[in-house]
Write a protein that binds this ligand. Sequence first.
Ligand SMILES: Cc1cc2nc3c(=O)[nH]c(=O)nc-3n(C[C@H](O)[C@H](O)[C@H](O)COP(=O)(O)OP(=O)(O)OC[C@H]3O[C@@H](n4cnc5c(N)ncnc54)[C@H](O)[C@@H]3O)c2cc1C
Length: 302
Amino acid sequence: MIDFRAFSQEIKSSDCDVLLDSPMSAQTTFKAGGNAKAIAFPKTRDALIKVLKCAEKLGIPYIAAGNGSNLLVRDTGFDGVFIKMTQFVADIEIDGEYIRCSSGTPLSRLCTAAYENSLTGLEFAYGIPGTVGGAVYMNAGAYGGEMKDVLISAEHISPDLKAETLSADGLSLGYRRSFYSEHSGYIITDAVFKLRKGEKEAIKAMMDDFIARRKDKQPLEYPSAGSTFKRPEGHFAGALIEQCGLKGCRIGGAEVSEKHAGFIINRYGGTADDILALIEYVKKTVKEKTGVTLEPEVKIIP
Ligand SMILES: Cc1cc2nc3c(=O)[nH]c(=O)nc-3n(C[C@H](O)[C@H](O)[C@H](O)COP(=O)(O)OP(=O)(O)OC[C@H]3O[C@@H](n4cnc5c(N)ncnc54)[C@H](O)[C@@H]3O)c2cc1C
């Protein structure tokens, strides 16, 4: 039996807040999900290492989280600690065309900093509601751009507690995947991007255009994790789901968005079970009617 109270007492400090038995619905954009035994919010590298050391000592499983915009925690919860990086040292350093920032930095803040410094290349990421760590892990992308285009390197704490750097070549960045999505236990702490000098007005115009397109096409007024499914080779998940007549299909509080069939929304305060049941129903129906297998993009825990 793991003593989470002892864990909390050991890691809690002015550099690390801790919540015990806390609902993940409050930490994810789906606004659903069971309790985590613990959620730690390290603010510094030392605090992060302390959390990891203590988790190892007490045999506590851990998972990193950013803004929880691609996470769905089952209603049964997680018997471990989420290491939520949103309070981690939020600095952005700009050196010519290079930007270095910590993993907890919201993408919107990174994109704004790039714009303010007339640096182009990150406009596609403006409006993705995640952190830099989550975006590197997922190789997040939109409107023809992806992290892979601009990422130079990522720094992490490895499962054996070493601070290491991986260059983009070593990050195996592919469609919604990276070295980190293939290897568990790594906590991304920082990332370095290389952008290009651009026209400030053109950068702003592109960012505004992407935001307008999101507002127009996506059900941003409801809780979701964005596109629920990955894009199957040769198809678009949303188009297949719509073609199968699933728009508006509902299980409990979860619904296939009427506005964008690629989004499952938690429209009526549903549970993670509702969302998971709808994911399975959509997968089954699309497979039966089109032969295409959909794979969730959202990370389901555990
Ligand atoms: C309305 C909406 C629109 C969206 N639009 C897009 C889009 O256009 N393109 C797109 O790609 N995505 C989109 N998403 C999905 C999501 O925003 C991205 O996947 C984002 O990159 C996730 O970042 P996060 O910080 O929220 O990560 P989380 O959801 O917290 O975590 C995602 C994964 O990354 C891991 N992780 C997070 N931080 C770290 C870290 N520091 N170290 C190690 N692992 C870590 C987690 O363990 C988890 O497996 C959208 C989501 C919403 C709600």
